[in-house]
Write a protein that binds this ligand. Sequence first.
Ligand code: PEP
Length: 252
Amino acid sequence: MRKNIIAGNWKMNKNLSEAKELIKGIKEGVLLEKINNTRIIVAPSFVNLLSVVKVTEESIIEVAAQNVHELNSGAFTGEVSANMLSGIGVKSVIVGHSERRSIYAESNELLAKKIDGALANKMEVIFCFGESLEDRTLGKQFQVIEEQLKSSLFHLPEEVFASIILAYEPVWAIGTGETATPEQAQEMHLYIRNLLKKNYNEKLSDNISILYGGSVKPSNAKEIFSKPDVDGGLIGGASLNSSDFLKIIESI
Ligand code: PEP
């Protein structure tokens, strides 16, 4: 049975002391009786990962990286490998965030290699994908999503999907304050599940967690998470404040 997951992407925010304060606030505020068997993941920047890993040891909070290089080592100045991340206790990594795709020109093909590299290091992948406003206006959203999934993910064998979390994030809803309606999110999540059923099988499609991301906040989280194929959220802005993040966690 698939799990509910709330993941916070801190992006390039919080210095060390701010990151420690945020993670302590989340850790102290998580009430086990209120989280309904939900996984909680936070993704700080690279430099703060180790400190956040230490603070969250022996808690239910898990730590993810926001990016990873596709290879394990080499002359790649400024890059970080999955081997390095898993070496400090980071178990998951976000791959394919729309900001990496658009600002750093990460292609579907490169993302496939990053996923392979992370999985080879036994890391879990939170794979992000989503259509642009133009794609949606042209009615191409389903075609774009299928292409993103096919070219980055569908080369993988069935058995590794236990280590994949999907995050549907329509680009037009990220950081814009504009949210997909719960119906739009449900429609796309069901489409994704059906694609997985067609390309793999029903069991895999039933078992995978599909998160929604795009301007989720305490005021809209409950309605979005109430949809049957939405298994939680990837949260940007509202994950930078422990009280908002905790409210979102509790609304699942
Ligand atoms: C994100 O960047 O993944 C995201 C969903 O951001 P926000 O919640 O701020 O829209």
